[in-house]
Write a protein that binds this ligand. Structure first.
Ligand code: SF4
Ligand code: SF4
Ligand code: SF4
Length: 373
């Protein structure tokens, strides 16, 4: 059996597995900002550094070999991670992490924004950002120099997504999410090497013609560089309850997390490890939840009057009318005069019942499914 030493403990591994993968399987935490399940290791953030056989390597892209000796949390490794986190914080507008000048304590600004809520000065990702989490965990501050000397473009005119390059850490997750997972090829490959400071406002590295606004890049972004426009500044992450459900739009059955504040959905994300979508959602599943709150939704049955207008009715009256008309049609023209079209948003069980109802109760095979969603 293959085995190696992981923090002094003999640990089995499968040929080809990386240090990060084996560590994760064995409950050993190694931080990473750029790792994205389902794609080849990206290796851009540098935070997953570990010591292997006496040298520092990236655990996300280094395969384990027989007899290897790996240590994940030595003082030198912690120092290397701190340096990397600080460099990332200093690379852009990471205003949540500005430390007090000349001291290692957190700034008044940070302490204030931790208590406050809804300020436009706060990064919209505050409270839901992996870089921020790591800055706290490793007690690293930074970002002050970047704030005062750099300007970056921000794209706010897209209908559903705001791209703020001042907070992009070039991790590459959005590129892999768009091009490899969703295969939409909407983010140019040169995105990671372009200097956002030099990008003119209209030369964003996203091919808008290819973008289908699936939001996969937003879910993949570990910081506040890509955020949902509808959710931005409308709530703070810690206020949201996350409720798992099945997407109502089509029969695929994608697993969603509804982020709910005061009984209102404020954001939807895919369940990362949930089949069949493994975190992915389409534009409807991720962004199409406003209809729930539409004032135009029908709340009671309507019955059409002889003059074409509608009047409100009770469910008993409406269903009684439907039953009478169905019976009349079958009596006058036979069951094949009837046809049923099941709603594409129905769950499988409802569609099955609809099929049974038409075949076994009405007595016709005229049953189909609406393809449009
Ligand atoms: S992106 Fe993350 S680290 Fe940067 S300011 Fe926002 S919360 Fe802080
Ligand atoms: S929204 Fe979807 S298609 Fe558009 S850039 Fe992001 S991942 Fe690509
Ligand atoms: S936009 Fe977000 S996901 Fe894409 S490279 Fe920047 S930080 Fe990473």
């Amino acid at each position: 059996m293959n085995s190696f030493s992981l923090n002094g403990r003999e640990t089995p591994f499968e040929t080809g597995e990386t240090i990060l993968e084996v560590a994760e399987k064995n409950g050993v935490n190694i931080p990473s900002l750029c790792r994205l399940k389902g794609v080849e290791p990206i290796g851009n953030c540098g935070v997953c550094v570990v010591e292997a056989d006496g040298t520092h390597v990236l655990s996300c892209s280094t395969p384990v070999h027989q007899g290897m000796k790996v240590r994940t949390q030595t003082p030198a490794i912690v120092a290397a991670r701190k340096e990397r986190i600080k460099a990332l914080l200093d690379s852009g507008n990471h205003n949540c992490a500005i430390g007090s000048a000349g001291s290692k304590s957190w700034s008044t600004f940070q302490q204030t924004v931790q208590r406050s809520d809804g300020s436009a000065e706060l990064c919209p990702a505050w409270g839901d950002c992996r870089l921020q989490d790591l800055a706290y965990e490793y007690q690293v501050s930074g970002g002050r120099a970047a704030l005062s000397t750099r300007t970056y473009p921000r794209e706010s005119d897209a209908p559903l997504i705001i791209r703020d390059y001042s907070r992009c850490i070039r991790c590459g997750r959005c590129v892999a999410a768009c091009n490899e997972i969703q295969v939409n090829a909407a983010i140019h490959a040169d995105f990671l090497s372009a200097d956002p400071e030099l990008m003119p406002g209209k030369a964003y590295p996203v091919a808008k013609d290819n973008c289908v606004y699936c939001g996969e890049c937003v879910q993949a972004c570990p910081v506040g560089a890509l955020v949902e426009k509808k959710a931005r500044y409308h709530y703070r992450p810690w206020k949201a309850k996350k409720i798992r459900t099945t997407c109502p739009y089509c029969g695929v059955g994608c697993q969603q997390l509804l982020h709910v504040v005061d009984d209102r959905i404020v954001k939807v994300t895919g369940v990362e490890d949930g089949s069949p979508n493994m975190g992915r959602l389409c534009v409807k599943g991720r962004f199409g939840y406003d209809f729930i709150y539409s004032e135009e939704r029908l709340k009671t049955p309507l019955i059409r009057n002889d003059d074409g207008s509608f009047r409100e009715a009770t469910w008993d009256e409406a269903l009684g009318l439907v039953v009478d008309r169905f019976k009349q049609i079958i009596r006058d023209h036979g069951p094949d005069a009837m046809a049923g079209v099941s709603c594409a948003r129905s769950i499988n069980e409802d569609s099955y019942q609809m099929m049974k109802f038409f075949r076994a109760v009405i007595g016709t095979n005229n049953i189909d499914h609406c393809a449009r969603t």
